[in-house]
Design a protein around this ligand. Structure first.
Ligand code: CP
Ligand code: NVA
Length: 313
């Protein structure tokens, strides 16, 4: 199956264009089968996923756990601090021990380097459940959602308005570049995406003909957009920078005045949790154009595809 079996997923950059498309088509099939009444599709019968969370999570944790159950497997929810990791046991020792018990690890960490270390020493696939650098599971679910709503991906215009250094945006950037979505990022100076992510995205964009641009004017990004996306201004772990971030990002709020520049049938997306009154107004997130609940639902189906393809022997 495209050689995904046994692989890690730390970044969207770990996937080729074909592999990413294959995950999306598998996710669509699994969702259709679920809606047709197949609640359990035992592709991972008896397999166990260890979930290590260093930060809070609602969507990722619950959807991973439900996904394992619906694939005939089981998920162990382990908080970082309840493991000996919290008392200083090295990541490399934890990785080698867990690998003897379980079939895969999903981890949400502060530092992306910790995931790289975990993956280096784990014999079993390690999946990024969000780090300071990326959120690949979110981007895969989001691509599935855009495809479902718009019928195609290549050639669409997506505007991301807000924090250009955001982990979710980094994964969206890489996925958009692979799939041919034209992504306009409206962010202030000092908040640009990480150069190494931009470099990788530009390489893929050359192949897919995607336009990837950083602009300072939110109206320029949103003009005639098919998709308007935002995320929080203060991500987990950035709480000490709250005051400065809220001040700097205030002109980048997604509100009714801004979205009137988008196409009439634009969709509003947000990975959630949202901070109403900061990056988005109540009016926009609750509007008929907002598809955030369908987007959240698709995390489940997209993750079932990722788990089934990576953990299957
Ligand atoms: N979008 C997302 O990953 O949400 P959680 O933090 O609730 O998992
Ligand atoms: N950028 C946010 C995403 C939460 C799913 C954070 O890291 O807190």
């Amino acid at each position: 199956m495209y050689g995904l079996c046994g692989r890690d997923l730390l970044s969207i950059a770990d996937l080729s264009i074909e592999e990413l498309k294959f995950i999306l088509s598998t996710a669509k099939q699994l969702k259709q089968r679920f809606y047709a009444g197949e609640r359990v599709i035992p592709l991972l019968n008896g397999k166990v996923l260890a979930m290590i969370f260093q930060k809070p999570s609602t969507r990722t944790r619950v959807s991973l756990e439900v996904a394992m159950l619906q694939l005939g497997g089981y998920a162990l929810n382990l908080s970082w601090n309840e493991l000996q990791l919290g008392r200083g046991e090295p990541i490399k020792d934890t990785a080698r021990v867990l690998s003897r018990y379980i079939d895969g690890i999903a981890a949400r960490v502060y530092s992306h380097g910790d995931l790289v270390e975990l993956a280096k020493y784990s014999d079993k696939p390690v999946i990024n459940a969000l780090s300071d650098l990326e959120h690949p599971l979110q981007a895969i679910g989001d691509m599935m959602t855009i495809l479902e709503k718009k019928g195609h991906l290549s050639g669409l215009k997506m505007a991301f308005v807000g924090d250009g250094g955001d982990n979710v945006l980094h994964s969206l950037l890489l996925a958009s570049a692979k799939l041919g979505i034209n992504l306009y990022i409206a962010t202030p100076k000092g908040y640009d995406p990480k150069p190494e992510i931009m470099k990788l995205a530009m390489e893929d964009a050359r192949l897919s003909d995607a336009v990837i641009e950083i602009v300072r004017d939110p109206i320029e990004a949103v003009k005639e957009a098919d998709v308007v996306y935002t995320d929080v201004w203060v991500s987990m772990g950035q709480e000490s920078e709250r005051e400065k971030r809220v001040r700097d990002l205030a002109p980048y709020q997604v509100n009714s005045d801004l979205v009137k520049y988008a196409k009439k049938d634009y969709i509003f997306m947000h990975c959630l949790p949202a901070k109403r009154g900061e990056e988005v107004t109540e009016e926009v997130i609750e509007s008929p154009n907002s598809i955030v609940w369908d987007q959240a639902e698709n995390r489940l189906h997209a993750q079932k595809a990722v788990l089934a393809l990576l953990l299957r022997s």
